[in-house]
Design a protein around this ligand. Structure first.
Ligand code: GDG
Length: 476
């Protein structure tokens, strides 16, 4: 089964589930990436390769709702060394400003190389002559070069979903050169922001010694690699429609009611990750109550912390820290039936997410560093009445586009307190002016535009006389 378009990502867009009759099956995992890439895949009869989660080994390619998917199994030790280790405890902290201390272990690196080889070999076997392969994210940075060696005829794109760090941090990586060379196997390397692309080009010049000019890297073999920004987005129209569904509107009212109809609801929704700044934002909110600026009768903070990477030590410590803080704040400041913080350690269906976005008055997104942050964009898309306030970290990629948010430095507690207070007190006219502008931006730059611009840029490259043009997605 050879295809003209191959998507390679760490995860498949489905999760393994046990069906009501006890047999194993698949459930589509929600998310912007799937809705962005699905139409391109359909238009090009593509296939998506990735790990389905778990340690099942002998899974065959299959079709799910018209999409071709090929599972790549990871062994138990690979999950521990490649995924939890090198990907999530070495690369993730280095690429996020050292918010946590990265660990360097040679056996983690060895496993990273081995798993990247496995993904590259699988991609090579599914790609037709002159096919386009789009590799995703920090877990697979060596795949472009490995794949290029196996299949020089392919057109290869790579997209990094997280920030690409400045040279001063990246240089700490004992395997920095191999990673840069791995990425240079691609024709087009995409980043969230122009700064990431610039960091990459500068590092390639300094560390690998290739000639560069603006966003181009010239390789000794005559190839040129382009590094550019393609800020990812969401299915804005899909969220708008969801937020207007009767069931969602009713559910939003029920949520407000269940919280005791306070004057203002603050909302945070994040994967439980130390980059997201959950702890500091809850402290800022609690201080506003103890300072007498908010009253628990008038204001409540709903924090949804979606379980994430629970096998990694730092994530377990973070969970304990946050839960201790929430307990202390509620114990000190709450009243009967009126906790200051309503804390939920769980994940929700998309409809419930939309109801929360609609029910909230002030959305608080304060990561220390974030590639983009789709939650901020989803909140904006759901505010079809042009109301609601967004408090957004300057260090989230989304801050480049959502300039009308209350932008904050998440390390500055007093600054965050002022922004929360201003957002709480803003009048309707001010809120509407800001939200209108943000909604316009999100509608114009949606995820379909993101995927189309990456694919059409990648379509400029060709290494084979058989190379096929990538067809743009047919969108409704
Ligand atoms: C990485 C980068 C970049 C969350 N909880 C639930 C749920 N979600 C969905 C959200 C949103 C997505 O997950 C989270 O995306 P973010 O962008 O906020 O954050 P990361 O997971 O860290 O993603 C990030 C992104 O990749 C894309 O390139 O923006 O910077 O770190 O779509 O809605 N969805 C459902 N239930 C939940 O409980 N259904």
């Amino acid at each position: 089964m050879q295809k003209d378009l191959v998507i390679v990502a760490n995860r498949l867009p489905v999760d393994r589930v046990t069906q009501p009759d006890g047999t194993p099956g698949w459930r589509r995992s929600p998310g912007g990436l799937v809705s962005a890439i699905e139409p391109v895949m359909r238009a090009n009869d593509g296939i998506w390769l990735g790990w389905p989660g778990g340690d099942d080994q002998d899974l065959e390619p299959f079709e799910d709702d018209g999409m071709h998917l090929a599972p790549i199994g990871l062994e138990k030790d690979e999950i521990e060394l490649f995924y939890e280790g090198f990907s999530n405890a070495t690369l993730w902290p280095i690429y996020h400003d050292l918010v946590a201390k990265p660990e360097f272990h040679r056996e983690w690196w060895d496993s990273y190389v081995k798993v990247n080889e496995k993904f590259a070999a699988k991609a090579a076997s599914f790609a037709a002559e002159g096919a386009t392969v789009w590799v995703h994210d920090y877990q697979l940075q060596l795949v472009p070069r490995m794949l290029r060696e196996l299949r020089p005829d392919l057109r290869i794109g790579f997209y990094l979903h997280i920030p690409f760090p400045p040279a001063e941090l990246f240089q700490q990586l004992p395997w920095r050169r191999q990673i840069l060379e791995g990425l240079l196997g691609a024709d087009l390397v995409g980043f969230q922001l122009p700064g990431g692309a610039q960091n990459f080009v500068r590092l390639v010049r300094q560390r690998v010694g290739h000639k560069t000019h603006r966003d181009l890297v010239y390789l000794p073999d005559g190839r040129a690699v382009r590094a550019a920004a393609f800020p990812i987005s969401i299915d804005a129209r899909g969220y708008e429609e969801l937020a207007q569904k009767d069931s969602v509107v009713e559910r939003a009212a029920a949520i407000r009611e269940a919280l005791g109809n306070p004057r203002k609801i603050f909302l945070g929704i994040d994967r439980l990750d130390y980059t997201k700044g959950i702890y500091a934002r809850l402290r800022a909110f609690a201080e506003l109550i103890s300072d007498g600026r908010f009253d628990v009768e008038d204001a409540v903070f709903v924090q949804v912390a979606v379980p994430s990477r629970e096998q990694v030590e730092q994530y377990r410590i973070l969970r304990d820290d946050i839960e201790r803080l929430v307990g202390r704040i509620n114990g000190d400041l709450g009243r009967i039936g009126r906790p200051a913080i309503s804390y939920l350690h769980t994940s929700y269906p998309r409809e419930e997410m939309a109801a929360l976005y609609t029910a909230a008055d002030v959305m608080v997104v304060t990561p220390y560093r974030d590639g983009m942050n789709l939650v901020a964009k989803e909140f904006v898309a759901c505010r079809t009445e042009d109301d609601g306030a967004l408090v957004l970290s300057e260090f989230a990629g989304a801050a480049d586009e959502l300039r009308q948010a209350w932008l904050v430095n998440p390390y500055d507690l007093n600054g965050m307190k002022s922004a929360l207070l201003e957002a709480y007190n803003a009048d309707d006219k001010e809120l509407s002016r800001r939200m209108k502008a943000m909604r316009k931006t999100i509608r114009q730059h949606d995820v379909a535009a993101w995927a189309d611009s990456f694919m059409s840029e990648l379509g400029q490259f060709s290494h084979s006389t058989h190379a096929k043009a990538v067809r743009p997605a047919k969108r409704s």
